[in-house]
Design a protein around this ligand. Sequence first.
Ligand SMILES: Cc1ncc(COP(=O)(O)O)c(C=O)c1O
Length: 409
Amino acid sequence: MQSASKKSKTSLLARLTHSSLTKRSFNNGSDLLVWPVIVAHKLFAMTWYSNPSARDWRCDAPSDAVATFHQSLANYSYTPIIELPTIAAELGVARVFLKDESARLNLAAFKVLGASWAVAQALTSGTEPTSLSQVAEAIDRENPPTLIAATDGNHGRAVAHMAKQLGLACNIVIPRGVSDQAIANVRNEDAIVEVLDATYDEAVDRAKEITEQSTNGIHIQDMSWEGYVDIPQWIIDGYTTLCTEVDEQLRDIDAYPAELVAVPVGVGSFLHSVVAHYRSRTDSSPSVLSVEPEVADCVLQSLTTGELTSVDTGVTIMSGMNCGTPSSDSWPFHQAGVDAAVSLTDEQTREALKTLHALGVDAGPCGAATLAGVRAALNTDERRQALGIKSESVIVLLSTEGRAANPAT
Ligand SMILES: Cc1ncc(COP(=O)(O)O)c(C=O)c1O
């Protein structure tokens, strides 16, 4: 297995100069170096990207077998959708809703939707089990597998939680920058935890190594790379339950369809899931907004440069989104189906956390990032137009974690 190539964000200008200065040859035989429009865009507006054709792009619908499986899980119920009228007034739209994943299946983040389905599919060779007991029956107890993952916190906790429920051993690798509470959350699921002074990409490499050295290890990673696609695709399919619930909840309160859905992004698997859900529908096609930390804006940089790009990551309170490389199989979905992308400072997200906590909403930094992202995305008429936002619009903020997952410090 190979990891994606790394490019330094600090050398972005140098890369722009090399990749974007194109040589024009003229009839008289002379050459001229010219700067295409994209260069100015990247140099002066690197925190914003938009693609006007994304809403018209269409793809196949994900399998609906995942809904049956999730509904069979103990503690499964729809997570709340919370209306925020003061935010709607602030943003100048009709209604704003926040999908609150702070207590999904008794964990503090949405990630278990993907991990549970991927573990279920991996242990049953992709036969779409309808319950966890069916998964448990498929395990060879003479030669039980070990589940392995790298994580910024939430995914690893979810994988460890599934391993514990199925009586399996679990190894989780954690990079730097993850809160003590998030690490303790993983340990409390009885996983063997390795905390590295390394980046997320390096933690993924270490998880690959553990898998290779293990006699019956299964790497359950929430990103794809060359030769590793089935498990991440099952994770993406698993996340679909969240959007299906949102649609039904909006219909129940006469607010369907939304015009804009804001998504917190790390490697972009969740973004892929949201795009696949909405771009496979015939009755609505909301704008999809990708929201990333400025210090880990690999999807924004990839969208802007038009090629899958890794960045050197920094430190951020949005630790679940602190990833340097977009998931390779998700990248084509980002490029075709994402309407706009923004990147945020921690300060912008802290403001959003303050607002949400004052309104009594339990959001961790990745959860609050979508409010900060929408604030940034709707702050000019041009951006509002690009996203199709009008005074009668409905906006959905996907708040993917609660404070128990990652207390901002
Ligand atoms: C709470 C939370 N939100 C958003 C994300 C981003 O998901 P993805 O890495 O698929 O882009 C993560 C990733 O771990 C997360 O933990």
